[in-house]
Design a protein around this ligand. Sequence first.
Ligand SMILES: O=C(O)CCC(=O)C(=O)O
Ligand SMILES: [Fe+2]
Length: 277
Amino acid sequence: MSSLVIQRLAGALGAEIGGVDLSRDLTESLAAAIRQALLDHQVIFFRDQDLTSEQFLRFAQAMGQPIEYPFVKGIEGYPVIIPVMKLEHERTNFGGIWHSDTTYLQQPPMGSMLLAREVPPFGGDTLFASQYLAYESLSEGMRRLLDGLVAVNSSAKADVSKTREDRIASDGRADARKDYVAEHPAVRTHPETGRKALYVNVAHTSHFRGMTPEESTPLLQYLFQHQVKPEFTCRFAWRPGSLAFWDNRCAQHNPINDYHGFRRVMHRITLAGDTPR
Ligand SMILES: O=C(O)CCC(=O)C(=O)O
Ligand SMILES: [Fe+2]
C-alpha cells in the first residue's frame, strides 16, 4: 500500500496527487504507484514541490528516460530541462494551441513534466483533453474509418511554429533542423493500457497519407473540434511549485495565453517514448 492521496479533478481525466514529497528519492513501490496513477488518470498534478533542478531530474529519471527537445536548449548544466516561459514583453506562449507533444518525431515522447517556477497573478492555466474519450465517443463507422488511416505530422505547421518563436529566439538550439515530418496511425493503441486513443492534433497533423487535401481537411477539421470538447477536458491552475506530468500518448494539452504583461516561467522535462502502433 502506498500513502498517495489521489483526488480526481474532472470526469474526463486528471488527478491531484498528495501525500508524497518529490524532493526525496522514491521507493520502487511509490514510483510504481505514481506511474500507475498516470496510466489511470492520463495527467497527474502535484502541489508545493519546490524542487531543485537536481531533484526534478531525479524524479523524472524515476519515471522514465529524460531526453532533449529538438528546438530549445536546456538550462545551465541541465540539457534535458528546458525553460518554457513567457516574459512580460512577449505575446506568444510556448505551445499555445491544442497539441500532443512533438508528434512530428518517429518516436514522440511518452510524457512530459512541467514544474511551475513563476506564475502570473491570474491566468496561464493549462487545459488537458482525453483522447481515449475522444475516440470512444465516435460512431462505430467513424472509428472503423479512422482505424485504417495514417496521419502525416509536421513541425512546420504555421500556427504552432509561431508559438515557439520567442523561445527559439532566446534559447534556440544551433543544431535544430528546420522541419521534421513523421507518419503515425490516426488511432494509436496505448502500449501500457491497451486502450485506443485518437492521435491527430491541430498543431502538427497536416493530412492523411494517400488522401488529397480536399479529402483530408474536412475530416481533420471535424476531429480537431471534436477531440477537445469540454466534457473530454480538465483545467489546471498553477501555483509556484505545482508539477504536472502528462501522458502524451493519450492526452493533449493547451496552455491558455491570457496573462499579457506578466511573466510565467516553467521548467520542463520530456520523457522518451516508443513508436506509435
Ligand atoms: O506551458 C504549459 O502549460 C505547457 C506548454 C507546452 O505545451 C509544453 O511544455 O509542452
Ligand atoms: Fe506541449
